[in-house]
Design a protein around this ligand. Structure first.
Ligand code: AMP
Length: 138
């Protein structure tokens, strides 16, 4: 499926829809999530029309990560949160609802759980074959 230029983040990037901007540079834009799962929930998007992170060039990914680190540091400092979670979803099957690549920056603190954790710990023996398949694909 080609990139859908009518998605909400494309509209925000074209300034057809407003956003609460946190940071902008030549390649990226960061703004507050309109439906925060926690206070401080921030999004970082590339300006390039990429549906998933895999659709970005290597330089595009670098710019996206650079901005995510910069903004996440600011979230941590600014909101004085003890932890910060970075989340990035690719494809509806992974839970991606807006088809424009983005990182979520989520302040975290002890005792406040988000449902992104697994339910059971896996042993190294269980994990190793999976890791081997990933290594083989590098
Ligand atoms: P995802 O499920 O990873 O695609 O996340 C999309 C995120 O975009 C969700 O957390 C939404 O709350 C957020 N979102 C949707 N529309 C807007 C908007 N107009 N401004 C800011 N955030 C938005």
């Amino acid at each position: 499926m080609p990139y859908d230029h009518t998605n909400i983040f494309a509209k925000i990037l074209r300034q057809e829809v407003p956003c609460v901007k946190v940071y902008e540079d030549e390649h990226t834009l960061a703004f507050m999530d309109i439906m925060p799962s926690v206070e401080g929930h921030t999004l970082v998007v590339p300006k390039a029309p990429a549906k998933e992170i895999f659709d970005l060039s290597a330089d595009g990914v670098a710019a996206l990560i650079r901005t995510t680190q910069k903004v996440a540091k600011a979230v941590r400092r600014g909101l004085e949160c003890p932890g910060v979670m970075l989340v990035q979803l690719n494809g509806p099957a992974a839970g991606q609802s807006v088809p424009h690549a983005h990182f979520h920056i989520l302040p975290r603190e002890d005792g406040v759980d988000l449902s992104l954790h697994g339910r059971a710990m896996r042993s190294p023996e269980e994990l190793e074959p999976v890791a081997a398949r990933i290594r083989a694909a590098l």
